[in-house]
Design a protein around this ligand. Structure first.
Ligand SMILES: [Zn+2]
Length: 92
């Protein structure tokens, strides 16, 4: 399943952005923050933006997840990869 969004570090949190955003593009996060895409930025251990998370889930039909479950998934999600593990979580 192809995810329409990916996580991107911005302003101390990780926000969801369109997966096809290119370097230097002006983009908008799912929580309506505007930023200029820098493909050199990498996720570290930023907290997940709750609004982006819930908007992403609503967009792809995944039920809400507890913060603890989200935290347990985060350590594996450091790359530019989308949250491919989310659909697995939703099937429980
Ligand atoms: Zn956000």
């Amino acid at each position: 399943m192809t995810q329409p969004f990916r996580w991107y570090p911005h302003d101390g949190e990780r926000h969801a952005i369109p997966v096809d955003a290119g370097h230097g593009e002006c983009i908008e996060t799912l929580c309506h923050k505007e930023l200029v895409m820098d493909t050199g930025r990498r996720l570290r251990c930023e907290a997940t933006c709750a609004e982006c998370d819930s908007t992403w889930r609503a967009a792809v039909g995944i039920p809400p997840q507890s913060r603890r479950q989200a935290f347990l998934l985060d350590p594996l999600d450091r790359s530019t990869a989308t949250s491919a593990d989310v659909p697995v979580e939703a099937s429980r």
